[in-house]
Design a protein around this ligand. Structure first.
Ligand SMILES: NC(=O)c1ccc[n+]([C@@H]2O[C@H](COP(=O)([O-])OP(=O)(O)OC[C@H]3O[C@@H](n4cnc5c(N)ncnc54)[C@H](O)[C@@H]3O)[C@@H](O)[C@H]2O)c1
Ligand SMILES: [Zn+2]
Length: 341
């Protein structure tokens, strides 16, 4: 088992990465109330059903204030008070909702997460951003509050749908691209192990990814500066997600390859650097490119909340493992997208 500690002004989180972590639930004090993803509960009933469980419905369409309200009412029925402990058990949807519920119910109840998806373990469960969507707009309502603990239970990943698992690998490649060229090389050498859920590889990959996210969040919890680099591949990725029926990681994979190509156009990285990212994406079974209408992608980026005035903060690579934030005028971005798509 590996342990990582995140320390921020709003609180500290102990992150554990390893096998069979959920069996430690009986050791928690006080005994927890679980907010569990419905699919996780049905697949892992033996681990969780002996605790009071509130089921969190799966599907991004359920990441709403209505779901939050439903959970608040269940908490009232269970007589949850400020001395209780809530544990969100699921992927990013469940931990985002559970963190929001816990940080608002009775103005805050102590909470932790058991993260059950690859994306959740390397990204969503870490960093304290909690929240829900509003009228289809992603994460419009939320808080920044750190969970007391996150358990990345690698054993639970075995029941995850293949596509969901592979989608999580996009964020893992992202960490190497923005912060750690040695990690990119490791991924190149161990991609087959990662795809086969080899425990040794998984433990190394999840721990390294979580450590990179922790390091970035510790330095900039509120995303005033450095934390923006975690959005590498996401500006175009989100624009693709609005348009096409693809998973988040698939859209981010395409977005990362395009952002890498743009970095090359600006002489910040070489063609072989772009190839390394693109080859990793393909080796993971993720799409490296897609037929896209540049005008539609441009319109979607304009709507992105990271846009400020007539320019956009775009994350580029100035050498592999070194992300930089550049302000690009929208008029220039329009031309660039025409060349990239
Ligand atoms: N807070 C953050 O910093 C942050 C960062 C990235 C993403 N997110 C959010 O995370 C969400 C996406 O998270 P996700 O990719 O984990 O998706 P998810 O939570 O929707 O889970 C994906 C699917 O897998 C199922 N599932 C989860 N764990 C399982 C398991 N062990 N076995 C079988 N099925 C399982 C779920 O029921 C669901 O159908 C989005 O809402 C996104 O906004 C948050
Ligand atoms: Zn992402």
């Amino acid at each position: 088992m590996h342990q990582i500690k995140l320390t921020t002004p709003t609180g500290d989180t102990d992150i554990d990465v390893g096998e069979l972590l959920s069996v430690r639930l009986p050791g928690l004090d006080p005994s927890p109330i679980l907010l569990v993803d419905e699919n996780v509960l049905s697949r892992h009933n033996d681990l969780f059903s002996q605790y009071p469980c509130i089921e969190v419905p799966s599907g991004e369409g359920n990441k709403t204030l209505q779901t939050v309200e439903y959970i608040y009412r269940e908490l009232v029925k269970l007589e949850v008070d400020r001395s209780s402990l809530l544990v969100g058990v699921g992927g990013g949807l469940t931990t985002d909702v559970a963190g929001f519920v816990a940080s608002t119910y009775l103005r805050e109840v102590r909470f932790g997460f058991i993260s059950t998806t690859l994306l959740g373990q390397v990204d969503a469960s870490i960093g304290g951003k909690n929240g829900v969507n509003l009228d289809g707009y992603k994460n419009m309502i939320g808080t920044i509050r750190q969970p007391s603990f996150v358990w990345c239970d690698l054993s639970l990943l075995k029941s995850l749908a293949r596509k969901e698992y592979v989608s999580g690998i996009a964020e893992i490649i992202k960490y190497g691209a923005i912060r750690d060229v040695g990690f990119l090389q490791y991924l190149k050498d161990h991609m087959s192990g990662l795809l086969e859920l080899d425990i040794g590889v998984l433990e190394k990959v999840v721990t390294t990814s979580a450590t990179i996210k922790v390091d970035v969040v510790r330095k900039d919890e509120k995303e005033s500066d450095l934390r923006k680099i975690l959005n590498f591949g996401h500006t175009i990725g989100h624009a693709i997600e609005r348009e096409k029926k693809v998973l988040h990681g698939e859209a981010v994979a395409i977005g990362m390859v395009m952002a890498a190509k743009l970095s090359q156009t600006m002489d910040l990285i070489s063609g072989s650097d772009v190839d390394l990212i693109s080859d990793l994406v393909s080796a993971a079974g993720l799409p490296a490119h897609m037929e896209l209408d540049p005008a539609v992608i441009f319109q979607n980026i304009r709507k992105d909340k990271k846009k400020s005035g007539e320019s956009i903060h775009f994350i580029l690579l100035e050498g592999l493992g070194n992300a930089v934030v550049k302000s690009i005028p929208l008029s220039e971005l329009k031309k660039i997208l025409h060349d990239l798509c």
